[in-house]
Design a protein around this ligand. Structure first.
Ligand code: GRF
Length: 185
């Protein structure tokens, strides 16, 4: 069994799709959902799937508390699904090529600092782009610059708003993220 931890700061709709996908797996166990927000909805979703949860503060993250927990839990892969804090370098180094992030745009476009959540979709709309998509990539010490594993695109029309773009991107994430994880681990 490969043991996966999901880190998420918010709603966790991707986390839910991942937990659903691996529910009956004999190869992969979602062993932990960890969040820096004690009231994040992702924690309720984890309880529904009887996946253990762990919460920590920004300070605790920086002090290595999460790394300790991941090591105690013998986690093999770390999946970032809407995790908004900067990951300490020690944590990244503890999971070389074994930490995966999903970004709601076609990297290298719309990556880097400040490019998260609705900011990404607003930027795509403002630029008048005709397509956007998702990028699943390995995490290294340089923000949004790890090796790209998978991308999928969707069209953007002039009628689209940042909200409708977000919905299209979420649909791609839900469709592909679990199976891309399955093909990796
Ligand atoms: C996703 O759009 C993901 O690409 C980004 O954060 C969002 C998380 O959404 N990194 P959810 O919490 O899984 O619904």
């Amino acid at each position: 069994m490969k043991r996966i931890a999901i880190l998420a700061s918010g709603s966790g709709s991707n986390a839910e799709k991942i937990m659903e996908y691996f529910q009956d797996s004999t190869k992969v166990e979602i062993a932990l959902v960890a969040s820096n927000k004690a009231d994040a909805f992702v924690l309720s979703r984890a309880k529904k799937f009887e996946v253990p949860t762990f919460t920590f503060s920004k300070k605790e993250l920086e002090e290595g508390i999460l790394l300790e927990k991941l090591q105690t839990e013998k986690i093999d892969w770390v999946i970032l699904a809407g995790f908004l804090l900067k990951i300490p370098v020690d944590l990244i180094r503890a999971f070389p090529e074994h930490m995966v992030n999903i970004h709601p745009a076609l990297l290298p476009n719309y990556g880097g600092k400040g490019m998260y959540g609705s900011h990404v979709h607003e930027a795509v709309k403002a630029a008048g782009d005709t397509e956007t998509g998702i990028t699943i990539h390995l995490v290294n010490e340089h923000y949004d610059e790890g090796k790209i594993i998978f991308q999928a695109a969707t069209t953007v029309s002039t009628d689209d708003t940042p909200e409708t773009i977000a919905a299209k991107v979420h649909a791609l994430e839900h469709r592909y993220f679990p199976e891309v994880i399955g093909s990796l681990v």
